[in-house]
Write a protein that binds this ligand. Sequence first.
Ligand code: PRP
Length: 175
Amino acid sequence: MIADRVDILLSADAIQQRIDQLAAEIRTDYGDNPFLMVVVLKGSFIFAADLARRLPESTQIDFVQVSSYADQKSSSGVVQIRKDLDITVEGKHVLIVEDIVDTGLTLGHLRELFATRKPASLRVVALLNKPDAQAKPAEIEYVGFQIPNEFVVGYGLDYAERYRNLPFVAVLRSE
Ligand code: PRP
């Protein structure tokens, strides 16, 4: 059997402290304007849950599922919409919530898609960003952590649907 080794990259405490800061920044920037969190399933579910509980009670939350990875460790370059939003974004301030921006392909696709739906504004918060994996820098208004170009799991991120429930972010190495 091939065993996996996880090396902690970001501790649970470090993540929670950074989310405090991100939420404070977002609250300041939006002020009295209510906004819609568009949570990108599945990986963002834990980050979104922690972030949402630090945001105003006027915040709306809906979900999309876009998948590009299947059970592989690297992007296939194919972006599929598996589940669309239930509510309309027209005229709303939209905040896309991502767990990780890797190549930036998924986010680029989502930005294009939502821009056509006439939101009042469109911003992105991503817990993790991998600049070294991007041909051109992804457009992200709020970044939790810049991380190296390694395969990470935990805090929502999976490998073959495992490890999402780890409270920290770790580099996955096969031994
Ligand atoms: C991950 C992540 C992003 C995307 C980023 O989702 O949540 O949506 O990949 O990769 P990219 O920048 O190279 O496009 P994934 O397709 O693994 O689905 P999951 O969140 O359901 O695990």
